[in-house]
Design a binder for this molecule. Sequence first.
Ligand SMILES: *Cc1c(COP(=O)(O)O)cnc(C)c1O
Length: 399
Amino acid sequence: MPNQTFGRPGTTGFATRAIRAGQDPCAATGATIPPVYQTATFTLENPAATKGFDYSRSGNPTRSALETQLASLEGGRYASAFGSGMAAVAGVASLLSSGDHIVATRDIYGGTHRLFTAVLTRYGIDTTFVDVGDDAALRAAIRPSSRLLWLETPSNPLLKLTDIQRAAGVAKEAEPRIVVAADNTFASPYFQRPLSQGADVVMHSTTKYLCGHSDVIGGVVICDDEDLAARVAYHQNAVGAVPGPWDAYLTLRGVKTLALRMQAHARNAQLVAEFLEGRGDIVDVYYPGLASHPDHDLAKRQMDGFGGVVTLRPRGGVERAHAFAGETKLFNLATSLGGVESLLCVPAKMTHGSLAPEERLELGVTDDLIRLSVGIEEPADLLADLERALDRSDARVPA
Ligand SMILES: *Cc1c(COP(=O)(O)O)cnc(C)c1O
């Protein structure tokens, strides 16, 4: 196990743990930075004695450093890193057996929806989707066989919030054996730590803010309960959807600047949201940092900042939205989020295309909706890019 000297929340601050937890100098060589252990296997002195590692699917020192770092940031003792966010969701789902039931938020990442409805159903695990903010509806959805409550807050793409403490309380009162899991990808541990709010398990697509540079696909599952952690770690080794050492290294490296990056993402996103709200040609702007956001007060209580994603609906319908999406220069038209560079996507086409049109409408994912992942470029340049693209697309669409 890597040294945990700087790993305990409460003894050191967030940025210190991001840079130090799991990252003590190498005991053998003094290497200051955890090396990329590009090895499949480890040579033993005798068949009974390892130095903690024997085969890189089961464990790799670079991956261990990342797991210690990420666990520390969420305030948990255990983490298992995966080769993608979806592999991490599957790691959480491995806690279930045939006949178990999932209750999940309606506002759920498309890939998680697909895993729950098209894959787990074949193994005898059913999911009920519910508005988890409605206590009565949540209570009604829970069965004696419910073993997992799946939360995602803020949600994608409309940035709806769930009161984690409240939903966890309602669910556990109805069924004490339920495990509460939160997909914390949109907030990052810098802005929200679900384990401290009643969740048992936190999952991330590390592809997004944690890695932060749009160059790695990865995921992680974090918990503080030893038994849950052991079961997820067992699945990690048994199924083997692990990240390679280079991906682990790049993510570890990205996370070191998470605090600085999240501050910059949130500052820029607030400016973008206010800029959009101030224009006359935007129908809706969704950002938890706006006083007009329906969950603004909850966001202030539950989060330490409002994140870097802003969603909008420009006036002029789908024609205008697509024209706008084609006009930005700094905001690349690309799926994903959380990188230092700004991205723009059309959720109905690019992230929620696998849902039926009625399902999209029910979620508010209309064809004219645009999601911005606000990067950390100079804010004035971002605002100028949006202004230009909005003006040009407006001229092309009849009023
Ligand atoms: C991207 C994402 C995932 C899936 O992660 P991958 O790394 O793409 O497999 C899950 N949840 C949320 C909220 C995401 O944004």
